[in-house]
Design a protein around this ligand. Structure first.
Ligand SMILES: Cc1ncc(C[n+]2csc(CCOP(=O)(O)OP(=O)(O)O)c2C)c(N)n1
Ligand SMILES: [Mg+2]
Length: 595
């Protein structure tokens, strides 16, 4: 049989080591799907409910495995659906290849059905490399470049295949002027700064008396090295959201999350330190870092473009976190036994007690903090946890205690709703033996996560361990934004935009063959997690949670507090039902230590 362009392409992807593609079919890309079918499972195809979900899965695959994530869609609407998921990868620096169909070359430019200028559409998100394959002999080098550039630069790339071209016979380029003869293969280099730069960094760190570390996604593979450096420097460490799994929360000097979803000890660590060591983080909010001039700064990042971006650093080290910290360690002087560590540990101890007390405050009916608080001690070893965007990201960031060997992630830079279930599906395909948890708001369930449960129902029997558990926070509200309207804007809750229908998520799960659990009694929260872990199939636990528990930043400003108070005056619909607890928790964030 003649080898088509599609056959060659799939074979080439296989040679590059690609073993799984997430996507959705359509006539614009049928020539590549035919090739996938003829390849007889050499590359597994995972059918999603929506192309955006396929792109989220590709992004999550890259996050959880470190490999290239690949997604595929048809021309026009399918390609357009990919965009948000691809931006998720782009903003979190993940290598993803998008493969899309296009109308026949003979029709292009003719305002043809499903004809979209795809190269222009992908130009921003896949700006690192986006090309249309025009002739069969181009497919080899375009494939090689799309894979190599995405992998090496940790960027999104896109390949556009006109549908008539996919079924043409493949031709190797002749030895002639104007042809390319590319090859496969890429191995990441060991990236370490020069000795001179390392010494400079060590001088700054050694001179500091109060060193604060901020660890991000770039530190996920450098846990031992971060711990060794932090111990030697007597430092405390806060974690950016994407770096949550970089350091276990059991360590007494790990202050937890930072920023709007952050903790009080992280806030203190940053406001009181005299030296900042930032490792592999693009954490966006400068106002949560030391004031300019307060601290001397050292930053390590694999991407030069991310250096000295949020804080003006004295030393900027381009390097891999693990290799750079290993090289730095012998140059550091031992600061063990200083008071700074003791203070950090004290703040952190108090904070965990405060979180427990907050989680156990009564609410109507369930305090959402309790949902995550109770999950932490019940998480099995090597669990993988994902969170959606919404108020649950606050509880995921603050209350969930991560241990060594676990993984977790969410849509960080893009902070898109709708990522938790696709992320959790990709996690399960990458590691079928590991238990996976998705934490999701009801708005995000309705947006697209519910539909993606159908993908779980379709595939779960293939997973060696059935533990795939989705915890839904049913508060009938787009709660994160409701609180942002109240606190940031000083507006009362806008019911027309914020109230959402009450949907029986647990019954939907049952309807499609999963297990459903409903909890509206705070004393049953812990048991519900245990019941889910004992189930023989994936589970959706629906927690009826209170929308009046505020997901607020740890150091809400006076201006924001005043705005909050003014919502009361303006007549927030929830005013009458606003439990005392709410006001107490809000005020406690204004005046630390007052709850
Ligand atoms: C795609 C997308 N649309 C809108 C937003 C803005 N947004 C952030 S959180 C949120 C509310 C989420 O509501 P829900 O999922 O019910 O979670 P809750 O905050 O109620 O816990 C919204 C609308 C977003 N981040 N992403
Ligand atoms: Mg909600």
């Amino acid at each position: 049989m003649v080898k088509t362009v599609g056959d060659f392409f799939i074979e080439r992807l296989h040679q590059w080591g690609i073993r799984r593609i997430y996507g959705y079919p359509g006539d614009g890309i049928n020539g590549v799907f035919g090739a996938l079918q003829r390849a007889k499972g050499k590359i597994e195809f995972i059918q999603c409910r929506h192309e955006e979900m396929a792109a989220f899965m590709a992004s999550a695959h890259a996050k959880f495995t470190g490999e290239l994530g690949v997604c595929i869609a048809t021309s026009g609407p399918g390609a357009a659906h990919l965009i948000t998921g691809l931006y998720d990868a782009r903003l979190d620096h993940m290598p993803v290849l998008a493969i899309v169909g296009q109308q026949a070359r003979s029709a292009l430019g003719g305002h043809y059905q499903q004809e979209v200028d795809l190269a222009s559409m992908f130009k921003d998100v896949a700006g690192a490399f986006v090309h249309t394959v025009d002739v069969p002999m181009q497919v080899r080098h375009l494939t090689d470049r799309a894979v190599r550039i995405a992998t090496a630069d940790r960027r999104v790339t896109a390949l556009i295949f006109p549908n008539d071209l996919q079924d043409l016979p493949y031709e190797d380029p002749p030895r002639a002027h104007g042809t390319l003869h590319s090859g496969i293969g890429y191995a990441a280099p060991k990236t370490v700064p020069y000795e001179r730069e390392l010494r400079h960094a060590a001088d700054v760190l050694n001179a500091g008396k109060k060193v604060a570390i901020l660890a991000g996604a770039g530190a996920l593979h450098a846990t031992d090295e971060v711990i060794a450096v932090a111990d030697k420097l007597g430092a405390g460490a806060a974690k950016a959201l994407l770096g949550k799994a970089a350091l276990p929360d059991e360590l007494p000097w790990v202050t937890g999350s930072i920023g709007l979803l952050g903790t009080e000890p992280s806030w203190k660590l940053m406001t009181e330190c005299d030296t900042l060591l930032m490792i592999g983080s693009g954490f966006p909010y400068s106002e949560f870092l030391p004031k300019e001039g307060q601290a001397r700064g050292v930053q390590i990042d694999i991407e030069p473009g991310m250096l000295s971006l949020r804080y003006p650093m004295e030393v900027n080290l381009v390097g891999d976190a693990s290799e750079t910290l290993k090289a730095l360690l012998p140059l550091l002087s031992d600061k063990r036994g200083h008071d700074w560590r003791g203070s950090i540990e004290g703040w952190t101890r108090d904070w965990w007690k405060k979180l427990e007390a907050r989680a156990k405050e009564p609410a109507n009916p369930i305090n959402p903090q309790r949902v995550t608080w109770e999950l932490s001690p019940r998480l099995p070893e090597r669990a993988i946890i994902t969170s959606d965007s919404g108020s649950c990201a606050n509880w995921y960031a603050r209350d969930l205690k991560i241990r060594r060997g676990m993984m977790c992630s969410l849509s960080g830079g893009l902070a898109s709703m709708g990522a938790a279930v696709p992320y959790a599906i990709a996690a399960k395909f990458a590691y079928p033996e590991r238990p996976v948890f998705a934490l999701v708001g009801d708005g995000a369930m309705q947006m697209n996560n519910m539909a993606e449960l159908i993908t779980v129902a379709k595939y779960w029997r293939e997973w060696s361990n059935p533990h795939w558990i989705c915890g839904v926070f049913n508060n009938e509200d787009l709660n994160q934004v409701t609180w942002e309207q109240r606190v940031m804007e000083g507006n009362p809750k806008f019911e027309a935009s914020q109230d959402i229908p009450n949907v029986p998520y647990h019954k939907f799960a049952e309807l499609i063959g999963l297990k459903g659990i409903y909890v509206d009694d705070p004393d049953h929260v812990a048991h519900a997690w245990e019941e889910a872990l004992a189930a023989d199939r994936p589970v959706v636990i629906e927690f009826k949670t209170d929308p009046e528990v505020p997901p607020l930043p740890p150091h809400i400003t006076l201006k924001q507090a005043k705005a909050f108070v003014s919502t009361m005056v303006k007549g927030d619909p929830a005013e009458r039902g606003m439990i005392l607890n709410t006001a107490r928790q809000v005020l406690a964030t204004v005046v630390p230590g007052k709850d």
